[in-house]
Design a protein around this ligand. Structure first.
Ligand code: IMP
Ligand code: MG
Length: 181
């Protein structure tokens, strides 16, 4: 069974849903006060479950879209990104809320944010389900964080190992034997 690859469940489906309600209420309050219709952008593919749950608790007008980027890890740590699927809208003047599964080194989000601001977005905020602050190598601040987790490799609820385990309904630590064999 799929759960046999899990060492330990870190975040249960109930925890996740409660967090989506809490973050959704906060995000709704912030954008309503600002009076803007945010362009809520999920980064494929890891953000899909979080995006789907979170948006149900955004009690205001929103537009949604998805972006698919891959980060090159070249010789230098200035992570450049390749855009595999871009947004459908022109982002000029828009308030963008990026939705991501996890902020690890921070390279991906930093680059995506910079790219969108360069294209004229009015502001770019970040909502992430998970944050691994110990792993950060570039400075990027998430505006909305679900859970801070220790430096362990996790899967489930969108997060993968070699494209597997995204469909687990919780976030769990992957057994070392899965990737050390
Ligand atoms: P960053 O640019 O290093 O912040 O990369 C973030 C991306 O790395 C995430 O979108 C995930 O795809 C991947 N990632 C980082 N940590 C984990 C993990 O523990 N499990 C699964 N994917 C991870
Ligand atoms: Mg990802």
């Amino acid at each position: 069974m799929m759960k046999d690859v899990i060492q330990e469940i870190l975040i249960t489906p109930e925890d996740i849903l409660n967090k989506c309600k809490e973050l959704g209420a906060q995000i709704t309050k912030d954008y309503t006060e600002q009076g803007t219709v945010p362009y809520v952008v999920g980064l494929l593919r890891g953000s899909v479950p979080f995006m789907a749950d979170l948006m149900k608790y955004l009690d205001m007008d929103i537009q949604i879209d998805f972006m698919d980027v891959s980060s090159y890890q070249g010789s230098k740590s200035t992570g450049h990104i390749r855009i595999n699927k871009d947004l459908e809208c022109n982002v000029e003047g828009m308030s963008i809320l990026l939705v991501e599964d996890i902020v690890d080194t921070g390279r991906t989000l930093k680059e995506v944010k910079r790219t969108l601001l360069n294209k004229g977005a009015k502001d770019v905020k970040i909502a992430t389900l998970l944050d691994k602050p110990d792993r950060r190598v570039v400075e990027v601040k998430a505006d909305y964080v679900g859970f801070q987790i220790p430096d362990e490799f996790v899967v489930g609820y969108g997060l993968d190992y070699n494209q597997l385990y995204r469909n687990l309904p919780y976030v769990g630590v992957l057994k070392r034997s899965v990737y050390e064999k």
